[in-house]
Ligand binder design. Structure first.
Ligand code: ZN
Length: 305
């Protein structure tokens, strides 16, 4: 199967071929529910409950390998609820060209699957709740950052030709990016978690080796679904905006609270950047004579007194 994207990992001997269609149905089996516990206690098969932690993990990967993963949610795409639309810049360009040539919306059911999401699927498998083959966290091709599951793959193939995106035999919705700039991020996917864990647990550090092992599994199971207290963007605030999946974190909550205090309408400062928060940011920008783009970075935060 995906032999050409194995070259940066020596740990794929036990590669599990996951049936993407069934996995997708499983990972989105239930609607988003608030869950504030540890991963090991997460409700069955709802990978969106680890949204906040997942965002921290993706951000951390980009600290390890700058610009490794960029969002393609600004393209003409329709995304599944649990799909993180992150690929390398060159792979995004390939998608952009294919969409432009075909002139229709690309439906993406699954894309980058974070280590936390894979952990939930893996735990469900261990408990006998998931009938599908599930790779250990860090070993699924959906942790490479080069994998997508799309609808109507057959229809898309002619348009994807020459973009670096190629079908994976035997897995009907799955395509992998193998063009220029392709870099398998499975080790970095594990390493990002290890670094984040260590930053938050200076007295209980685990090895930062990018390898899946008992210490890493135990730590991940004891990680909070709502993300670590010290977020990877704490040193250099990230730009928050309306995106899919919705951005979530203490920084969003802080923004909401400031907007509320400044008199803008935000029902509940829940730490999730939804449409209401975007509207409030835009109103604020308009009021201040700023560019009205709904993006809130460090400067925006400072301006909201
Ligand atoms: Zn797939």
């Amino acid at each position: 199967m995906s032999d050409s994207i194995n070259d940066t990992s020596d740990e794929l001997d036990d590669l599990v071929i996951e049936p993407c269609v069934e996995i997708h149905e499983f990972e989105e089996a239930s609607p988003r529910a608030s869950f504030n516990g540890l991963l090991q206690n997460a409700p069955r098969a709802n990978t969106s409950v680890v949204n906040a932690l997942s965002q921290q993990l993706i951000y951390q990967i980009n600290l390890i390998v700058p610009n490794a993963l960029v969002s393609f949610d600004d393209l003409d795409v329709k995304l599944g609820d649990a799909a993180y639309p992150f690929v390398p810049p060159a792979a995004k360009l390939g998608l952009q060209n294919a969409i432009k040539r075909r002139g229709v919306t690309l439906v993406v059911n699954s894309a980058y699957r974070t280590l936390a999401q894979q952990m939930l699927l893996y735990n469900a498998k261990k408990k006998g709740e998931n009938p599908n083959p599930v790779a250990a966290p860090g070993k699924s091709n959906h942790q490479s950052g080069l994998a997508l599951d799309i609808e109507d793959r057959q229809g898309w193939l002619p348009f994807l030709q020459g973009t670096g995106w190629e079908p994976l035999a035997g897995d009907p919705p799955h395509i992998d990016y193998r063009g220029q700039g392709a870099r398998d991020l499975r080790k970095e996917t594990i390493l990002a978690f290890q670094k984040l864990w260590n930053k938050n647990h200076p007295n209980e550090k685990i090895g930062e080796d990018g390898r899946w092992g008992n210490d890493t599994e135990s730590a991940l199971n004891r990680s909070p679904a709502t993300g670590f207290k010290i977020a990877p963007w704490d040193d250099k605030p990230r730009i928050v905006r309306l995106s899919k999946p919705l951005m979530e974190g203490a920084d969003v909550r802080k923004l909401q609270e400031k907007l509320q205090a400044a008199g803008f309408t935000i029902g509940v400062a829940d730490g999730v950047f939804g449409a209401e928060t975007e509207r409030a940011v835009k109103e604020f920008q308009q009021q201040k004579g700023l560019v009205v783009d709904g993006l809130a970075g460090a400067q925006t935060l400072e301006l909201i007194a």
